[in-house]
Design a protein around this ligand. Structure first.
Ligand code: SF4
Ligand code: SF4
Length: 202
């Protein structure tokens, strides 16, 4: 992020346009990415892309360079998230909303008005600090991302996974449930990471 965004901004500026490089600051990145058609919003509040699933970091450049807008895309994420709650079940902080999307704000730091699964970012961040550790260089490293770890969209390309993604695009509820069962059988998080549903974090 810290390399790409300023590099692109510098290039745009060299063409004679205004360009402000941003990381997570200045504006919310996920809504911009959704509107630009890079992916869809998942239950855990992060972007899910067709190519890389949720394994993306977003940065952006605000500019007056004339651009051709791209449209939002739909490859079945909302419908799949409706029946899958893995990220909510495995979130150690229990910060992710179960059940249906809502227009309401959940805590003071979530905006009302948009139909989504608002994340309790305060619970999430508190867990990041609890889960933190000092690195060898003395910096404090905070982290989690179990939600990304268990997300069924987090799969490498290949004939099998690409076929699954093709079916998810078709949005056939019964097939989505079958695919979710397949994910449970072949990629159960307990097999891979020792994660537990509704962790004992307090
Ligand atoms: S990063 Fe961790 S604590 Fe935050 S929502 Fe994801 S699983 Fe929960
Ligand atoms: S884990 Fe399931 S519910 Fe959560 S974002 Fe991924 S597909 Fe959606």
């Amino acid at each position: 992020m810290s390399f790409l965004s300023p590099s692109l901004a510098k290039f745009i500026a060299s063409l004679g346009y205004k360009a402000i490089a941003c990381g997570n600051d200045t504006t919310l990145s996920v809504p911009l990415a959704v509107d630009a058609g890079l992916g869809q919003l998942g239950r855990f509040g992060a972007l899910i892309t067709p190519e890389f699933g949720p394994r993306v970091r977003l940065c952006k450049v605000i500019t007056d360079l004339p651009l051709v807008p791209t449209d939002p895309i739909d490859f079945g994420v909302t419908e799949f998230c409706d029946i899958c709650q893995k990220c909510a079940e495995y979130c150690p902080a229990q910060a992710i909303l179960y059940g249906k999307r809502t227009h309401k704000s959940r805590i003071a730091s979530t905006n009302p008005g948009l139909l989504k699964w608002p994340l309790d970012g305060e619970k999430c961040l508190r867990f990041w600090y609890m889960n933190g550790a000092k690195t060898e260089k003395g910096m404090y490293h905070i982290d989690c991302y179990q939600c990304i770890n268990v997300c069924p969209f987090n799969k490498i390309p290949g004939i099998g996974h690409d076929l699954v993604r093709w079916f998810v695009r078709k949005k056939i509820g019964a097939i989505d449930r079958l695919l979710l069962l397949g994910d449970d059988i072949f990629y159960h998080p307990l097999h891979e990471t020792g994660l537990h549903k509704k962790s004992e974090y307090r």
